[in-house]
Design a binder for this molecule. Structure first.
Ligand code: SOE
Length: 367
């Protein structure tokens, strides 16, 4: 059983993997006033270089060496997808709390085993479905919960990037062995569905999908099977219908998650590239709601780190996610904290979407 960090002593943080996400996690841990104890990577040399670059106290020669350090209370997993399940299992078995990058695992079986292991170990275990932590996403969710949209009728979402637009672009995500069966949906479509279910409180029950691999050959990989883009039609438990487009080859879209929910009274829309206002649509006139704590519901206002007019962004949302993860380690129950159960949910949705694309039929999503 993991011991909560003693009151007053800063949480000791370890990080596995020193790439782009390792840097994002380290900044968020520092903002949460944690002690950045050390990092492991693919080698001791790379770990020591990453420690220097990210401002951690030390590098370790292995994850085992990191886990043997009693100064570490919580470990952040920021490695390629196919490594997550085994590394997370070792971290939980060592009695450490864990923040594991999505996808939690590249199979439902592995994700379910991790949920069970966390329950047995009694540790806190979260997954950065970080777009839940934009203040105005919480405002949208609060308005849905208060019935302001009326009956949920339709969902229209997209998550578009262009970092893989050229055939010369390549990355470990492209290869099924390291990224998993699904690339575009598993990587970013999972955020879109998580946010849809989080904001609406509804559940996706059936999906139909069509996917494309536009580039079968890239700089290092050939015979590529993972999808560049995927189009999805969905139905929800509440009877709504929806369409989602997920693409990593959409020129000019850098990281644009867009979600529009239409109800019988009002619509609401959130754009992750413009997170300082949400659009509220009405037959009698629509309006933009700014991120102004004085005008927002409490769960939205609490995520305003700076006043209106001082734009917050992705790292602010990430900082809020890590702060809430650490509050949970200390015994709190923060609203809307994505835990390993949400990582398992994402694995189930990803499997259903890929089965729908491969079969050309409607597939039910396991509850
Ligand atoms: C790359 O597609 C990526 O870093 C995703 O892995 C993140 O989850 C997303 O938030 C930003 O883009």
């Amino acid at each position: 059983m993991s011991e909560a960090a003693s009151p007053g002593r800063p949480l000791g943080v370890g990080i596995v993997g020193g790439g782009f996400m390792g840097a994002v996690h380290s900044r968020a841990a520092r903002a949460a006033r944690a002690r950045l104890v050390g990092i492991s990577s693919s080698s001791g040399a790379r770990a020591r270089a990453a420690a220097e670059e990210l401002g951690l106290e030390r590098g370790y020669d292995s994850l085992d060496e990191l886990l043997a350090d009693d100064a570490i209370d919580v470990v952040h997993v920021c490695t390629p997808n196919a490594l997550h399940a085994e590394q997370a299992a070792a971290i939980v078995a060592a009695g450490k709390h864990i923040v594991c990058e999505k996808p939690l695992a590249t199979s439902v079986t592995d994700a379910a085993a991790l949920v069970d292991a966390v329950a047995s170990a009694g540790v806190t275990a979260t997954v950065p479905f970080v777009y839940r932590f934009h203040s105005l996403v919480r405002e949208a969710r609060a308005r849905v919960q208060e019935g302001e949209l009326g009956r949920l009728l339709s969902i229209h979402g997209s998550y578009l990037q262009d970092w893989l637009l050229d055939a010369g672009d390549d990355n470990w995500r492209v290869e099924e062995a390291s990224g998993g069966r699904s690339r575009a949906f598993g990587d970013i479509g999972s955020h879109l569905v998580d946010l849809t279910e989080f904001v609406t409180g509804d559940r996706v029950t059936q999906v139909s999908a069509t996917k494309r691999t536009f580039f079968g050959e890239r700089a290092e990989h050939t015979a590529i099977t993972t999808e560049d883009a995927i189009a999805i039609v969905l139905q929800t438990a509440g009877g709504a219908l929806g369409t989602l487009l997920v693409s990593q080859v959409a020129a000019g879209r850098k990281n644009r998650l867009h979600l529009e929910i239409a109800g019988s009274s009002e619509s609401i829309a959130f754009d992750g590239e413009q997170p300082e206002a949400i659009w509220v649509g009405r037959r009698g006139g629509s309006q933009l709601i700014p991120r102004d704590a004085d005008q927002l519901h409490p769960d939205a206002a609490r995520l305003c780190a700076v006043p209106a007019g001082h734009p917050q962004g992705y790292q602010d949302a990430f900082n809020a996610f890590v702060a809430d993860s650490y509050a949970a380690i200390e015994g709190a129950s923060p609203e809307g904290l994505p835990r390993f159960e949400d990582g398992l949910r994402a694995a189930r949705v990803t499997d259903a979407v890929m089965d729908a694309a491969d079969s050309g039929t409607w597939i039910s999503v396991v509850p």
